[in-house]
Design a protein around this ligand. Sequence first.
Ligand code: HEM
Length: 441
Amino acid sequence: MTDDERTSPASRPQTDAAASGDASAAAVSRRELIGLAIGASATSLVVGAGAGVTGGAAYGQEQARRVTDAVAPAAGIHQPGITTPVQDHLHFASYDMMARTTRDDLAELLADWTYAATRMMRGLDVSASGAVGGSPEAPPDDTGEALGLPASNLTITFGFGPSLFDQRFGLEGPKPAGLERLPAFLGDDLDPLRSDGDLCIQACADDPQVAVHAIRNLSRIAFGRATIRWSQLGFGRTSKTTASQATPRNLFGYKDGTANILADDTAALDENVWVSVSEGPAWLAGGSYLVARRIAMLIETWDRTRLAEQDRVVGRDKANGAPLSGGDEFAAPDFAAVGAGGAPAIDPRSHVRLAHPDMNGGIRLLRRGYNFVDGTTDLGRLNAGLFFLSFQKSPDRYITVQKALATDAMGEYLRHVGSGLWAVPPAAPAGTSIGAGLLGA
Ligand code: HEM
């Protein structure tokens, strides 16, 4: 962070209103709601920035800088965090708007989130006075645990859930036709407390502390307007979006992401991921739909399974990820190939065959999931699995593939315990906020 950035009064408008004492500003009611937690620090942000700088600010300038390298590349008209080379860590959060909040509250929240997210993705604190540059008499704007850490390729991706599009915010009109709660699938064992939500934020970074810092601070900024419904930490990517990234492994020990859509495959992205202008709605053009599934993996059962059976279930070789029909990892699977004893080389019920585009009308999903381990269950088993994330240009496309997996041999080792669907708007054009197209629709 440059000294200029730390001391510039480039704060969000409500902060300026606080400084100028403009009681008519819409932000005042929100500050009253937020109370001491944010309001006091927002005021201190401007005091600290403009006037004689306190000891805290001096410390901020000299010692407590963040390191603004490893900034994820801009993603143009699309939000970052979709085709961005998949980072190693995830903190994902789902939010509900609070009772009695208005469309103005929503617009203001999205503006505040956009401002803070843009700064954090550049490796900066959430505001100009940040963690240590404000008044020592007020809680800091930024919580501080990312001080000294690089941007770590942080990306922050926002989504709007089906439940946001109701009369509370006057959004019934622009609701996309397909944006409905995902249907029940065979074998679902969903926990409502780990499912759905008005809004979601996907924070991915190469340092877990940077991802957690992002969600923690965005949740704090939401105070009085939205509350966290549930969140999920993920370690270890289970996909890749560039050919130069090695294919990682999931907790079953298999290479995962081999056949994923890559960032430079613009034709496949247009065909499968981005909502086009003609598909609409207009506010979503250049955006996508995000599905999240918390999938518990029955690790102990899997670990007692013979290697040959594991390979049969997946349809690929555990060592090198090659399809069981032969070739290397990136060879196209040959579902007609015959193996030993005259049986199909790739089992008809294998995961790879049932999820393959050939079995699903050509549909491909851009997968971006993460391994998770949330300690142990009360039976002493690993509470672990795959936090599956995929981007696709319509919810139908996900539903088609998930339905095809109804007879998946892997299903015996899985339990889907959380679920959510969100529309992911395009990136905010400069000078606007995420979702401006929706709220202006
Ligand atoms: C814990 C659950 C899951 C595990 C462990 C898992 C594992 C794998 C593995 C090892 C592969 C082969 C490597 C690759 O091409 O990436 C694969 C492929 C794939 N999986 Fe999954 N998967 C899971 C859940 C799902 C779900 C829920 C879906 C979608 C509904 C899905 C869709 C796909 C697709 C589309 C492919 C690529 C198929 C191809 O084009 O060859 N997977 N998965």
